[in-house]
Ligand binder design. Structure first.
Ligand code: PMV
Length: 335
């Protein structure tokens, strides 16, 4: 704190990619999921965010990679900081006032890779610390969750489970580490596909799936079991079992989304070609399993020793712009 009511803090968080997907909320406002999910936090995709509270009334300012962010994004940032301000008030801390937020990604946001997970995890931490709060990891994941569901998992490093929780107030819907980052030498190769802007946000598409997909009930039932099995696979370091569950999970998520009204089709032709290439890798005896989020890119779970051969094979698929490899990374930290 540089003076009463004014504080500044900087946090660094990494993105995560789910192996058992989160797809659908039971409470839109609190961002409470219908099911648990399980992800890997990646070392290579980093957001660094600085929050400076002015101690004065006014609108929050949000700069992304050095330029003013779109108004829509600024409002989402402000809404998350409102939670931090409310928390500060409840804790008897001075009113932090309006904030200046500066955020940067070490990967191109325009590339279409999910930056919301690392972004909201870093924002929640920097905001809370700048306001003078000292939240537990559970409390931080609850704040980050409100910005973007998947962000709660980036609060922790390594393999992370977002526990569904049972409470209506969401206080038990938190991210918990299953296995630390350095405990297992696996990782992901992420194939970035040439594609325009996606036409549907994951937020809208998952709501349509909940409301209209005839497969949504089956999604909830199978995912609940998948989380149990994936956690056991991580704890026993059984990559084949984990990879098999991960492929079921993303295919069922997309099946539910495609069956919704209106349908959400996130795949581009290279997406399917990459899925086929991952199967071909397995046929050649290389342990590789695909997963696809609400976009066209394909992440491939594998052992670190196979990174190079997998990177070369994925990069040769037509329509692939870039392949990056990432190891398990740490949770949110001071920067
Ligand atoms: O956190 P959101 O609202 O961007 O939703 C993320 C949804 C998926 O990335 C498709 C799945 C997941 O669990 O991350």
């Amino acid at each position: 704190m540089s003076r009463s009511g004014v504080g500044s803090a900087r946090a660094r968080a990494r993105s995560n990619i789910a192996l058992v997907k989160y797809w659908g909320k039971r409470n839109d406002e609190l961002v409470l999921p219908h099911t648990g999910s399980l992800s890997l936090t990646l070392d290579a995709l980093i957001t660094t965010t600085e929050v400076t509270f002015t101690g004065e009334a006014g609108a929050d300012v949000f700069e992304l990679d050095g330029s003013p962010a779109e108004e829509k994004e600024r409002v989402r940032v402000s809404q998350l900081l409102d939670l931090v301000r409310a928390e500060a008030k409840a804790s008897g801390l001075p009113n932090p006032g309006a904030a200046r937020v500066q955020s940067s990604n070490n990967f191109p946001t325009a590339g279409g890779l999910a930056s919301s997970a690392s972004g909201f995890a870093a924002l929640a931490a920097a905001g809370a610390w700048a306001a003078g709060l000292d939240p537990s990891s559970d409390a931080l994941s609850i704040i980050a969750r409100r910005g973007s569901g998947s962000a709660c998992r980036s609060v922790e490093g390594g393999f992370v489970e977002w526990v569904r929780g049972e409470r209506d107030d969401g206080l038990d819907s938190v991210a918990r580490q299953v296995l630390p980052a350095d405990a297992w030498s696996v990782g992901m190769a992420v194939a970035i596909v040439d594609a325009g802007r996606k036409d549907r946000s994951s937020r809208d598409a998952m709501k349509d799936s909940v409301d209209t997909s005839p497969f949504y009930e089956a999604w909830v039932r199978t995912t609940t079991q998948d989380v149990e099995n994936a956690r056991a696979a991580v704890l026993s370091r059984d990559l084949e079992r984990l990879g098999t569950i991960a492929e079921h999970s993303f295919l069922r998520m997309h099946a539910a989304a495609m069956a919704a009204e209106p349908p959400a089709i996130f795949w581009q032709p290279p997406t399917l070609a990459l899925i086929a290439e991952v199967r071909a890798l397995r046929a050649d005896g290389i342990g590789a399993w695909a997963t696809v989020d609400a976009g066209p890119h394909v992440a491939v779970l594998c052992e670190q020793k196979d990174f190079e051969v997998i990177r070369v094979r994925l990069a040769a698929v037509p329509g692939v712009r870039d392949v990056m490899v990432a190891r398990p990374g740490p949770g949110v930290e001071r920067a």
